[in-house]
Design a protein around this ligand. Sequence first.
Ligand code: ADP
Ligand code: ASP
Ligand code: MG
Length: 453
Amino acid sequence: MTGPTVMKFGGTSVEDAAAFERVAAIVAARMEMRPVVVVSAMARFTDALVAAVRQAAAGEPAEAAASLDEHLHRHAAVVRALIPAAARQELVDELEAARHTLADLLRIIAAHPGTRPPLHDEVVSFGERLSSLLVAAVLRARGLPGRWVDARRCVRTTAAHTRAEPLMDATRAATRAEAGPLLGAGEIPVLGGFIGAAENGATTTLGRGGSDYSAALVGAALDAGEIQIWTDVTGFLTADPRVVPHALQIPRLSYAEAAELAFFGAKVLHPRTIQPAVAQHIPVRVCNSRDPGAEGTWIEDQSEPSPRAVKAIAHKTGTTLVQVTAARMLGAYGFLRAFFEVFERHRASVDVVATSEVSISASLDDPAALPALIPDLERLGTVGVEEGNAIVCVVGEGLGASPGVAGEVFGAIRDVNVRMISQGASRINLTFVVGQDRVREVVRRLHATFFEE
Ligand code: ADP
Ligand code: ASP
Ligand code: MG
């Protein structure tokens, strides 16, 4: 028997009662695929929970708790619309209990600011805990055998709150123990994405957008036949549709292409999602919950090169460049090692690197680490920092074998100051840094060059 199918529904795919109904219809039409449902928090709820934690820490726990009411009401509205009276009370009680627990947690955060990261995850986890309870109930209301599973009993992680790392072996064993018997009995396990638990039982989260990653972890654990990411666009597009509204659908991507695009800003997939799928060659498909008949994008081991080598363009803003010009005593070898050791020590991850005989530049997407990094880097040489940049990444299998592409890329933006250029070792991407104020224009011009001529 082929493995089950993980179906992950993002926040906009569960934004209101109509969206929950679409989810139920999608699952109902695919029962022969043995669905396992992974679901995000209702749209905008995670943002509200994160903001509430911040407000509580700033000394306003009552206001923070009150700010969540409208979102709890949205959950209640789904219950009223879709759950028959007999099953309603249980959910109404859950929502009421959540309201009290959240208010208590926010009060504790205000009183003991030192406990913030673990409590942050505890608060934020309510988004996925409640949405998954509702999905399971909506499936049952439709006569489908939906069964809620506490994701924290499946996804086991390190204790690095707000950006926990999954523990693969423990997650595999726990997920199989929890979901396996349900699948065996013909039921549909329904679990929240994004959340997990550390070895001491504390609730953890995988980083924003992490429900995609959860879906891949659960899929790998259950030897799934396919991992479906249901969202609000029909698969990967040739550029971010918020910048290029007429971007085109991409039928197929290789794992490597999708991973590069996700890493360099294509928000449609969390950057880590591909890793668990690759190891087991599980196809990942990105589909539109508002257009379930469309094929979406298939992501698999291989994809065919596109005629002009470029498959898509990704970009991300908020990039900071750090440059160190070496002090003369250091040989090049010792200098590079020392430079990267500083980043490793401060757990700051670098996206693009460029070196010359006497200097090295790196791009950082999280400037939070900078104040700690700079004094250490100053021991190596003169440090320069420049904020307000953006990374653009042009991706496609076959890029490395198409020497003309770089000329076309930089020809199309010849009046734009390009700060750093790097061709990935995988030779499927060409990545460069430009000023943030020009990035939308750069993406549009490259899109016109490769997809509109
Ligand atoms: P979900 O809540 O379902 O996880 P996200 O908002 O995280 O959805 O991701 C979907 C969004 O990703 C799209 O609405 C789109 O605005 C954005 N996006 C950015 N780049 C791309 C791309 N190359 N292809 C498709 N969508 C993209
Ligand atoms: N709800 C979480 C977030 O908004 C995780 C996710 O939706 O993927 O970041
Ligand atoms: Mg997402």
